[in-house]
Design a protein around this ligand. Sequence first.
Ligand code: MF3
Ligand code: CO
Ligand code: CO
Length: 270
Amino acid sequence: MSIIIKDQAGIEAMRLACRLASEVLDYLDPHIKAGTTTRQIDELARGYMAQQGTVSATLNYQPPGYPPYPASLCTSLNHVVCHGIPNDKPLKKGDIMNIDVTVIKDGWYGDNSRMYVIGDASIAAKRLCALTFDAMWLGILQVKPGNHFGDIGHAIQKFAEGHGLSVVREFCGHGVGQNFHEEPQVLHYGRPGTHEQLKPGMIFTIEPMLNLGRKEVKELGNDGWTIVTKDHSLSAQWEHTVLVTETGYEVLTLSEGSPALPAFVQAVKT
Ligand code: MF3
Ligand code: CO
Ligand code: CO
């Protein structure tokens, strides 16, 4: 087993699948507000994917040892770290929520997630969301041929812990292409120069989960999927799918509604 290098046709197919995954989040944007239920959001997404000609990769997704995942996206609210299942509880002012969307287009997978602040949240909650966004981008900035996967993890961990946040260890980024999850595992912590070297044509996600409190997580325990922080502290996550180019990176999961890049990224690009 090894990391798949995508050819030009695969890269083009991934550009499309990933842009469509990002456009699902754009479409949902105005609907993410107090009073809406996560099940309504899931239904809206399912309808939009049908219009796009995509299918959800998460609906009925069943890795070994799991029950089939029952929804078209994941909604992870407040202390839910990941894999939250949409339900009939209305969102309320002050909630923070991650929506994670993976679509399949022509057999290729585009995977991305964003944080949403419902109404206005506490300073601490908004800071967690913003710092997690920056942490993801600091990881992305490490993507270039010759760098190692450990460089990505290290950049994220150093920044997160430097701001008093903790990095979830149990879930990581992953290679993605004609499979939802393929090699390698992209850890969000680690040491520079460790793990495999990045090569042009590799495509993988970077999706750090950062907690306001301790790093430990546990299963909620009644649905086989939902992961929460052990200490019930807030958790945030952002996710992009990224291509290694000859000179650096191309973020594939960008679209018109993507949030503005952090200032330190624009500074690097111009
Ligand atoms: N989209 C998630 C990821 O980033 C995986 C969700 S699996 C599900 O890898 F079944 F919970 F939807
Ligand atoms: Co992913
Ligand atoms: Co995802």
